[in-house]
Design a protein around this ligand. Structure first.
Ligand code: HEC
Ligand code: HEC
Ligand code: HEC
Ligand code: HEC
Ligand code: HEC
Ligand code: HEC
Ligand code: HEC
Ligand code: HEC
Ligand code: HEC
Length: 366
């Protein structure tokens, strides 16, 4: 290689190096930005925003299913039924943490490090070689890592059928009454109440606080299943997904999320248990029985299911009145059905439609 060729090579390498440095700086900036914006967006499904920690400072007190070495078949760690099932459940279930065996193979270092190995606190309340006391499984206030796959469409008829069996076969009756909340026993609209009962406690205050300081009552919300009792009476050894096919029902969520927080709502002021709101569930949830999955189910309840009572001449004109208030003041927040986070946005076309008007944008108003 001659001198010029050599110099050219060096220059090229320097350029490549400078470019890679720029990339590195850009990447770091991006990560910082993402972390920051994740923290400040007070969403319900808050990300845990883990900073890119150097190898030495791994937090061994929190277990993530997303860590690549943890992405194994579920029963590599969760061996069911767990020994404690009789004490905790009426049926053979996973009611405890995985055993030590599931971890020591890879985490010998963490298990035997120092007097108080951090990793023990994933499962144990105290770190002690003698104490086996564990947290409640699952931890009630911790973020969830899995969401549920429940195709409502496939279950419409089977569940109706199942409730007829309920009267014929006592074994099944016991299982159904296990999940049927006492308060909803008399009426079980379209069998939805087997799985969705009225909430009994006000959900925890969201991290960012209640919008407008509006605290909804507990009976605003319907709950969703918390465990296998809603599924395993059918999905046991024969009906797919069978009880050992965990991934048939559990999908790794894109971000860990809190369940004890208030359900994500568009109309948070709508209260299910208001006398006039109690009706067959599918009169409002018109999409659900056709829903093959829960993804993209928006809006599940269209405003047309409110029109008959809330926007009718001679009765109430809640939507029309708010649209008129908006005409007069483009900063008007609609707070009859919404809190101001939604009520300050442009009203969707559906709202103008039921008021019999052409849609307008706030920015086009005087
Ligand atoms: C490498 C071991 C391991 C594997 C593999 C594993 N888990 Fe877990 N799982 C755990 C541990 C440990 C906990 C307790 C975590 C905690 O409480 O912080 C847990 C907790 C859970 C929970 C309750 C907490 C939550 O995030 O909702 C569910 C549900 C769960 N696992 C489902 C599954 C499913 C489904 C699979 C297979 C797709 C699976 N796990 C695979 C170790 C494992
Ligand atoms: C196949 C090997 C393997 C098994 C089995 C395994 N881990 Fe891990 N785990 C890892 C690796 C690799 C990491 C990444 C950090 C590191 O290198 O230590 C990790 C990380 C962790 C972390 C840090 C947070 C995270 O999730 O990234 C915790 C806590 C943890 N493991 C707990 C457990 C527990 C509890 C079990 C048993 C239920 C378990 N692990 C089973 C390989 C494994
Ligand atoms: C992935 C969850 C998990 C982690 C992490 C974990 N344990 Fe356990 N531990 C268990 C379970 C489950 C049992 C019950 C085992 C049984 O009864 O068969 C148990 C039992 C014990 C017992 C009772 C005696 C025994 O061995 O059965 C002691 C003591 C104990 N653990 C200490 C520890 C210590 C110390 C650490 C940390 C170095 C630790 N554990 C980490 C889940 C865990
Ligand atoms: C066998 C149990 C079961 C039955 C019966 C059932 N659902 Fe569901 N439903 C679920 C599960 C599981 C979810 C998912 C909850 C989750 O993501 O944690 C769900 C989710 C929903 C959601 C979305 C909730 C949200 O927070 O986004 C609505 C709305 C809903 N169901 C309405 C209904 C209606 C209306 C009926 C009756 C036609 C019905 N369900 C029947 C189990 C059931
Ligand atoms: C009069 C209309 C109406 C009826 C009847 C109705 N719902 Fe709802 N439901 C709604 C509205 C509105 C929402 C909130 C949607 C939003 O704001 O995103 C909702 C939300 C839900 C949710 C999500 C959790 C929550 O409370 O936010 C579930 C689950 C649900 N309904 C189940 C049911 C079940 C089961 C029945 C029958 C017993 C029922 N609904 C009857 C209008 C109705
Ligand atoms: C009354 C009995 C019954 C109950 C309770 C029940 N299921 Fe099912 N489930 C069935 C039947 C039957 C099918 C098959 C329907 C079909 O293929 O048309 C099915 C299908 C499914 C499928 C789709 C499987 C596939 O191959 O596409 C999933 C996922 C599922 N159920 C999840 C659940 C979950 C989660 C629960 C509890 C919240 C639950 N089921 C409760 C009877 C039930
Ligand atoms: C037929 C559907 C279905 C199958 C199969 C299934 N689960 Fe679940 N599981 C659910 C539902 C529904 C819940 C309650 C809602 C939730 O946790 O999001 C649940 C809850 C859990 C919980 C929390 C339990 C509690 O009491 O707090 C754990 C842990 C869990 N599942 C792990 C598993 C594992 C591991 C497998 C496979 C061995 C499995 N599940 C198979 C539907 C299923
Ligand atoms: C009678 C109750 C009611 C009133 C009054 C009402 N809305 Fe709504 N709004 C709903 C319902 C139900 C939905 C969901 C169905 C839809 O989008 O049509 C909704 C949806 C929305 C959405 C879409 C939110 C999203 O995340 O998808 C916005 C924005 C909105 N409304 C703004 C307004 C504004 C602005 C006003 C006042 C001019 C208003 N609403 C008055 C019931 C109401
Ligand atoms: C069958 C009639 C009927 C339907 C359908 C109906 N509502 Fe209502 N709603 C009422 C009545 C009556 C009131 C009490 C009005 C009053 O006296 O101020 C009310 C009150 C409310 C309130 C005030 C809060 C409260 O509980 O006092 C909100 C918000 C509301 N409805 C939202 C909705 C939404 C959103 C829908 C559609 C998803 C809807 N309603 C469907 C009859 C209905």
């Amino acid at each position: 290689m001659d001198a010029i060729g050599y110099r050219r090579l060096i220059t090229k390498a320097r350029f490549a190096f400078a470019r890679s440095q720029r990339w590195r700086i850009a990447t770091i900036l991006l990560i910082v930005l993402c972390t920051f914006s994740n923290d400040s967006s007070g969403q319900r499904r808050r990300s845990r925003a883990r900073p890119p920690a150097p190898k030495t400072s791994i937090d061994y007190s929190k277990f993530f299913h997303t860590t690549s070495e943890h992405r194994q078949t579920c029963d590599a760690c969760h061996k069911g039924p767990t020994e404690n099932w009789k004490k905790v459940r009426g049926f053979p279930d996973l009611a405890d943490y995985p055993d030590h065996e599931a971890c020591v193979g890879c985490h010998r270092t963490q298990f035997f490090r120092g007097a108080r190995p951090e990793i023990c606190t994933v499962c144990h309340t105290k770190v002690s070689p003698r104490d086996d006391e564990r947290f409640l499984f699952r931890k009630r206030d911790a973020e969830r890592q899995f969401s549920i796959e429940f195709p409502h469409d496939k279950h419409q008829d089977v569940i109706a059928l199942f409730r007829r069996w309920e009267r014929a076969e006592t074994g099944l009756l016991q299982r159904v009454s296990l999940v049927l909340p006492p308060s909803d026993k008399q009426k079980s609209y379209n069998n939805c109440t087997i799985c969705h009962s009225t909430m009994e406690k006000v959900p925890k205050v969201p991290v960012s606080g209640w919008v407008d300081n509006f605290v909804p009552t507990a009976d605003t919300f319907k709950s969703s299943p918390l465990g296998h009792e809603a599924c395993f009476n059918c999905h046991w050894k024969a009906q797919e997904p069978i009880n050992s096919d965990c991934a048939g029902c559990h999908k790794l969520a894109t971000k860990p999320f809190l369940v004890n927080a208030a359900p994500e709502r568009i109309s948070v002021k709508f209260r299910h248990q208001r006398e006039q709101h109690i009706a067959e569930c599918t009169t409002c949830h018109i999409q659900i029985t056709k829903a093959a999955s829960l993804r993209g189910l928006k809006p599940d309840v269209p405003i047309t299911s409110c029109t008959e009572c809330h926007n009718k001449d001679g009765l109430r004109l809640d939507v029309t009145n708010e649209l008129e208030a908006l005409d007069k003041n483009r900063n008007f927040a609609c707070t009859y059905c919404h809190t101001s986070d939604k009520g300050r946005l442009d009203a969707p076309a559906s709202h103008y439609l039921i008021a019999g008007r052409e849609p307008v944008k706030r920015k086009d108003l005087k």
